[in-house]
Design a protein around this ligand. Structure first.
Ligand SMILES: C[S@@+](CC[C@H](N)C(=O)[O-])C[C@H]1O[C@@H](n2cnc3c(N)ncnc32)[C@H](O)[C@@H]1O
Length: 271
């Protein structure tokens, strides 16, 4: 990888052979493909180790290389990680420092006002702690601000070992609760689509399933709840695909037209 004594580092250099960075770069290219002139990126979990993914540097470099407006918002729990992240950026691309905002603290305590003042988010990277409840909160908070062609990438969607801080099982890692929500919403959408009623709302779709004899009281209660209907509405047009250990989520047309997603195989080819 280049440094300040060599030629300027590029997003290609940064992505290198790291799969997680390659997926991010693929998504950045997809988001930009429609000719955006502004790109707002938010990540939960700043990149503080050179060998881990360099997401902060990568996103800022992408904005610069493509001459875009926009910014990088990096949410991070520990001040020392923010310092290490700043040092990495300073070392490889000091010119992009002004476009990065590091925010210290827990994502779920700090993010809402930051999202509100930023407006649309074009790419989000959920890569902070591995608490399923927090990860679902982060996902839902970002969805409300996601641009029509926006993409969300969730990292570490593989079995995570139990820790003292989180001893429960997490077979889908940071997507432990995000995936069930998406699958449930997908099932409702399937019912709506298979009835070929274009004007059917999510509420109509749910109402049409409720009388089914196989509907358990638990599922019925869940589906009738206001919050469930709200979340289904938010993810109605979305598709998702697992790429290595990452989960990529975007509106169906964005997945197919810009990210190379094949709905038949549920695969996404990373360029
Ligand atoms: C895996 S690292 C991030 C790696 C980085 N995205 C990259 O690509 O190299 C996870 C970071 O998230 C931070 N973190 C954990 N839980 C968090 C939370 N709830 N809010 C903000 N940051 C959090 C950790 O301190 C750690 O620095």
């Amino acid at each position: 990888m280049g440094n300040e004594n060599q030629s300027p580092i590029t997003t290609k250099d940064i992505a290198g052979k790291l799969m997680r960075a390659r997926t991010l770069l693929h998504c950045l290219n997809g988001v930009h493909a429609g000719g955006l002139n502004r790109l707002n990126y938010i990540e939960i979990g700043t990149a503080f180790k050179e060998d881990e993914g360099l997401s902060t540097l990568l996103a800022a470099k992408f904005i610069e290389e493509n001459d875009l407006d926009g910014k990088v918002i990096s949410m991070e729990l520990f001040p020392e990680h923010i310092e290490q992240s700043r040092e990495i950026v300073k070392k490889y691309a000091p010119d992009v420092l002004p476009m990065i905002e590091w925010h210290e603290g827990y994502s779920y305590l700090k993010m809402s006002p930051i999202l509100e003042s930023t407006g649309e988010i074009h790419l989000a990277f959920i890569d902070g702690g591995g608490s399923p409840v927090e990860n679902l909160w982060e996902f839902d908070a970002i969805l409300k601000y996601l641009s029509p062609t926006g993409v969300i990438v969730v990292d570490d969607c593989v079995h995570l070992k139990s820790t003292d801080a989180y001893p429960a099982r997490r077979d889908f890692g940071k997507a432990q609760l995000i995936l069930p929500l998406l699958h449930l919403a997908d099932t409702v959408n399937f019912v709506i689509d298979s009835r070929r009623k274009d004007a059917m709302t999510v509420e109509d779709g749910i109402a049409s399933i409720l009388p089914h004899k196989a509907m358990s009281p638990f599922l019925k209660g869940l589906m009738e709840s206001e919050i469930c209907i709200e979340m289904f509405q938010r993810v109605k047009e979305f598709a998702f695909s697992q790429v290595g250990s990452q989960l990529v989520i975007a509106r169906k047309n964005v997945m197919a037209d810009r990210l190379g997603y094949d709905s038949q195989t549920n695969q996404m080819a990373i360029t």
